[in-house]
Ligand binder design. Structure first.
Ligand SMILES: Cc1cc2nc3c(=O)[nH]c(=O)nc-3n(C[C@H](O)[C@H](O)[C@H](O)COP(=O)(O)OP(=O)(O)OC[C@H]3O[C@@H](n4cnc5c(N)ncnc54)[C@H](O)[C@@H]3O)c2cc1C
Ligand code: FES
Length: 362
């Protein structure tokens, strides 16, 4: 195994696991609805350059547990890097939910929490195309970040279809009304209330008469059933969605804050392949057993590979395959476009060719 010189760029030359962990101070607490609270974080000045986030990305927080341990939970940024002073997440209280209850009951200004570097791939590829955004409940958070950024920085038109249990449970209702009156020609908001109309169906969504452009990029965030209905409705409108992005909110068992989270992997043997991997400008070459997932091998070697869920869901371990072939055992996040451009998930990759080159460039 060898490691070559680090990249000259100081912002991307992080080399140890500790470089991916930030201690953030809660600077703002805003109660959005009865069961949704926004937490704005102050980033230490000397680490601001490392903590850049894009609309659609998420923050992974370490939440303390009563037994002295902790869990890791992801929260999409609801703030816009183009507009809002603090990177902000909005947490909905979930019935019997460990982390969401803890945050609602304990988060106060001045509290410090550990967080990972912003991550995730649920963002626009291009801001030059119109957007159709479909959110349900707390699924509005990454959508809100995209809306604010698009309206302030770009010129495209946006249609939002936003489903909620009732009027009282609408997160960011006032902000959306205000944005609509500031940008009447660019933002169309259509609400669906389950209390009035029952669960959304494709035919029901069609009755909202929401304008759908001939060509768009679509973003869906909410329960899987809602996203399926949204996709069915979109298909019926006849629009050409250049890409349809889906974000699933769920909790994971993996805890990337815990040291020694590596899982046992198979020893290299006669069938092992040669892998060359670049992480943060550091190139490493090693033998990789065909029965072992790439992320497990990297962590076993003590390399600082990014990851969150280890389940193929969050996109936090995405890399670009520049040579060779791998098989992904699961993939619930990358779309056809990303796959076509060589993007793969390290937590689900096993080798499929004798030599492989991978670059962690996201
Ligand atoms: C990319 C991403 C972005 C996200 N963004 C947001 C966001 O912006 N806002 C937001 O509010 N959430 C978001 N989430 C979801 C968030 O990470 C948590 O999953 C959510 O807060 C619930 O966590 P919890 O610890 O409160 O609940 P958990 O303790 O994980 O419980 C979740 C649910 O599962 C049930 N449950 C727990 N354990 C069991 C068990 N053993 N058997 C049966 N049922 C069980 C609980 O009753 C509860 O209803 C996001 C998730 C991802 C992956
Ligand atoms: S760590 Fe989440 S997809 Fe691999």
């Amino acid at each position: 195994m060898f490691r070559s010189a680090p990249s000259a760029d100081p912002d991307t030359s992080a080399t140890g696991p500790e470089d991916r962990i930030f201690e953030l101070e809660i600077a703002e607490v805003t109660h959005e609805t009865e069961d949704a609270v926004s937490l704005g974080f102050a980033v230490p000045e000397h680490r601001e350059a490392q903590f850049r986030y894009e609309p659609g990305q998420f923050l992974t927080l370490e939440i303390p547990c009563a037994d002295g341990g902790s869990v890791a939970r992801c929260y999409s940024f609801s703030s816009s890097p183009a507009r809002d002073p603090f990177p902000t997440v909005t947490v909905k209280r979930i019935h019997d939910g460990l982390a969401s209850h803890w945050l609602h009951d304990n988060a106060v200004r001045g509290m410090r929490l550990k967080a990972l570097k912003p991550s995730g791939m649920f963002g626009p590829e291009s801001w030059d195309v119109d957007f159709v955004l479909m959110a349900a409940g707390s699924g509005i958070t990454p959508i809100m970040s995209i809306i604010k950024t698009a309206l302030l920085r770009h010129d495209n038109r946006i249609t939002l279809v936003y489903a909620n249990q009732s009027r009282d449970s609408v997160i960011f209702g006032e902000q959306l009304t205000e944005l609509q009156s500031r940008f009447p020609d660019r933002l169309d908001v259509h609400h669906w209330y389950t209390s009035d109309s029952g669960l959304p169906t494709a035919a029901g969504l069609a009755s909202l008469d929401a304008p759908v452009p001939a060509e768009c990029e679509a973003f869906l965030c909410g329960p899987p059933q809602y996203m399926n209905v949204a996709e069915e409705w979109l298909a019926r409108t006849g629009t050409t969605a250049r890409r349809t992005h889906r974000e699933v909110f769920s909790s994971f068992d993996a805890n990337p804050f815990r040291a020694g989270d590596a899982q046992a992997s198979e020893e290299p043997d006669a069938n092992s392949v040669t892998a060359q991997v670049e992480i943060d400008g550091m190139e490493t070459e090693f033998a990789w057993n065909a029965a072992t997932k790439l992320l497990d091998r990297l962590l076993e070697l003590g390399l600082d590979a990014p990851y969150v869920c280890r389940e193929g869901t969050c996109g936090g371990c995405a890399y670009t395959l520049t040579e060779g072939a791998v098989t992904m055992l699961a993939n619930e996040t990358l779309d056809e476009h990303e796959l076509k451009h060589g993007v793969r998930l390290a937590c689900q990759s096993v080798p499929d060719s004798t030599a492989i080159r991978a670059v962690f460039d996201r």
